[in-house]
Design a protein around this ligand. Structure first.
Ligand code: NDP
Length: 303
């Protein structure tokens, strides 16, 4: 797993497959740091900007793969990675593959197993940044899979965003990434739901955002307290907001009365109601964590 080109037959330090918004940003950061980079993109015209910055364009995936000891895939989804890499598995043998395409944990594990079967050193990565943050000192990228690859590539990984290694399970980086995004998207949907409610009486989304943003920022201070209860496993610890107090029926009704889809908040209320019905009304709101994590077991029991 050489960090820099050692074999004269290899033309560049790294190869980037995929020059979308993220792949292009990753390439730019490498070029700015003086690394030599071969690039390939399914739509060749999209490589023009990277080539103008000094990248070497390859005419095929195979040509791109054999140009460097380290190959980075930043494509769209798991199928595009397999479509692109399956035909060149033989050329990847003995090289390092870093997958920065967003994949599910099991897809990352499948890629790691596929790589192992073909003698390819594999590291999986999950980008917690938008393209503008790459190389700016902001943002994080989570990694999991081969520790040896992570250590060897560390000087390169440092060029993109703060790296964080999450262990040998190749699916772990993707799992943490998607869990983080789950929280983010539910927050965005919560905001949009509230914006739709107040719009019925004329408040603009901008007006609502100006009020919602500082409120949500203050509420994030509560996360550590919820985490302490969940990790401790005792939902009766005094000082928590109880499930009975957290009955969200008025929120659901208000949404319905205004003619706004109550689905997002009704989904939360349904989980609260399930815990109250099970006799836990005086326990803390954090107890709905038990409903969420029990879903798999409940599915299994129902099957
Ligand atoms: P873009 O839509 O800008 O680019 C997608 C890239 O994938 C293009 O290079 C596209 O090629 C290529 N591609 C799509 N389908 C195929 C296929 N079947 N075969 C070969 N190439 C294919 O996406 P981004 O660059 O923004 O994202 C790339 C990855 O990075 C995604 O997995 C995304 O989830 C992840 N990511 C992106 C972030 C962002 O803010 N943009 C943030 C965090 C992660 P072509 O040009 O030919 O269409």
């Amino acid at each position: 797993m050489p960090e820099h080109t050692t074999n004269p037959a290899q033309l560049t330090d790294l190869t980037l497959l995929g020059l979308g918004a993220m792949g292009s940003a990753l390439t730019t950061a490498l070029l700015d740091a003086g690394r030599s980079v071969t690039v390939w993109n399914r739509t060749p015209e999209r490589a023009a900007e990277s080539v103008a910055r000094g990248a070497r364009a390859a005419g095929s995936v195979r040509e791109a793969v054999i140009a460097s000891p380290v190959v980075v895939a930043c494509l769209l989804k798991y199928p595009s990675v397999r479509e692109t890499l399956d035909p060149v598995a033989d050329a990847l043998r003995g090289r390092t593959l870093l997958n920065l395409t967003t994949t599910t944990p099991n897809e990352s594990r499948r890629l790691a197993a596929w790589a192992a079967d073909h003698g390819i050193d594999y590291l999986d990565g999950a980008v917690m940044a938008v393209p503008a943050m790459i190389g700016s000192g902001d943002g994080q990228i989570f990694y999991s899979g081969s520790r040896a690859v992570y250590d060897a590539l560390r000087p390169t990984l440092d060029l993109w965003a703060a790296p964080e290694y999450h262990g040998a399970d190749a699916g772990q980086a993707a799992l943490v990434d998607l869990a983080m995004l789950s929280g983010m998207y539910q927050m965005f949907v919560g905001f949009l739901h509230g914006a739709a409610m107040v719009a019925t009486t004329g408040m603009s989304a901008a007006g609502f955002a100006a009020r919602q943003a500082p409120f949500l920022a203050a509420m994030t201070q509560e996360l550590a307290g919820y985490a302490k209860v969940v990790d401790g496993g005792d939902y009766t610890v005094p000082g928590q907001q109880s499930l009975d107090f957290s009955d969200l029926t008025p929120l659901v009704r208000a949404s319905e009365e205004q003619g706004v889809d109550a689905g997002p908040i009704a989904a939360v209320q349904e989980r609260i109601a399930r815990q109250i019905a099970a006799g836990h009304g005086s326990d803390g709101l954090a107890r709905i964590y038990e409903t969420l994590r029990a879903a798999r077991a409940e599915e299994g029991n129902a099957a």
